[in-house]
Design a protein around this ligand. Structure first.
Ligand SMILES: NC(=O)c1ccc[n+]([C@@H]2O[C@H](COP(=O)([O-])OP(=O)(O)OC[C@H]3O[C@@H](n4cnc5c(N)ncnc54)[C@H](O)[C@@H]3O)[C@@H](O)[C@H]2O)c1
Length: 265
């Protein structure tokens, strides 16, 4: 098993990519803290892991809240052991299809709080226990929108900022044996993507249906799945990537290399 003896904190793991990662990490031998705002749904992920013979706990928490973050780390240490993997996956893409002049300041603040400050709080909080454990791996979920004009200015800034923070943290934390890398999903079929698709349709804008994704949108002609992203996360969490830090990986079916990646009207 590729993650034997690892203790992983995965945020946003009630659904979408986080849930898929939690299931795969546990299958590969990691003990998993399944963190999400939606505690009862997070418990559903934990029940699935336990039913398959794995070890996991559910923690209801807001990653943008300092006290919640302290509780995530305390419970993980007490119930699973010192964390050796932190997967900052939780994120929001609010009012994703509105033009910038209609987006409120609250939406900007919340986007940055969850997508950028949350990972910073968690990286801060795990540094000491991860160092005590002898090192570890931090994975930050960016986005193609952090590289290209593929979403709103607020979301793009939060994800681009997170990629910059990933490089800076990698430079600082390497001395403790902690690696920090980014994962940039392209359009991936999760509850977040389905909600955006529904919002577009409600406004009369056609979104390419699955199975009919234009080669102009993705060279591989399909959307990503949560499992596509989870497999890349396993690599970064495992010792297979022990010489990889400060990098970010586009897991996007080649979407970012095309000239027209914008899903924002
Ligand atoms: N789906 C895509 O196409 C896509 C593309 C690029 C990047 N991403 C990023 O990938 C990550 C996962 O996205 P997804 O599509 O699986 O999203 P999702 O909305 O399906 O799942 C995100 C989970 O995060 C949780 N969450 C939200 N705010 C939280 C908070 N403050 N504290 C704790 N948990 C919180 C939600 O409850 C939810 O369970 C996000 O960071 C997202 O920005 C998604």
């Amino acid at each position: 098993m590729r993650l034997e003896n690892k203790v992983a904190i995965i945020t946003g793991a009630a659904g979408g990519m986080g849930r898929a990662a939690a299931l795969l990490f546990a299958e590969e031998g990691a003990k998993v803290a399944v963190v999400d705002l939606q505690e009862s749904t997070a418990q559903g992920t934990v029940d699935e892991i336990r039913a398959a013979g794995g070890t996991a706990i559910a923690i209801g928490a807001d990653v943008s809240d300092t006290q919640d973050v302290a509780r995530i780390v305390e419970r993980t240490v007490a119930e699973l052991g010192l964390p050796t993997v932190l997967y900052n996956n939780a994120g929001v893409d609010l009012e994703a299809k509105l033009p910038m002049h209609k987006v409120t300041e609250d939406v900007f603040d919340k986007t940055v709080a969850v997508n950028l400050k949350g990972p910073w709080l968690l990286m801060k909080a795990v540094t000491a226990p991860m160092t005590e454990a002898g090192g570890g791996s931090i994975i930050n979920t960016g986005s193609i929108a952090g590289l290209k004009a593929a979403s709103t200015p607020a979301y793009s800034a939060s994800k681009g900022g997170l990629l910059a923070m990933t490089r800076s943290a990698a430079a600082e934390l390497g001395q403790y044996g902690i690696r920090v890398n980014g994962l940039n999903p392209g359009a991936t079929m999760t509850p977040m993507a389905r909600q955006q698709e529904a919002e577009l349709r409600a406004r009369g804008i056609e979104f390419p249906p699955e199975g009919e994704v234009s080669k102009q949108f993705s060279p591989l002609g399909r959307f990503g799945t949560s499992e596509d992203i989870a497999r890349a996360a396993v690599f970064l969490a495992s010792d297979e990537s022990s010489y990889v830090t400060g990098a970010d990986f586009n897991i996007d079916g080649g979407m970012n290399i095309l000239t027209s990646v914008s899903t924002h009207d």
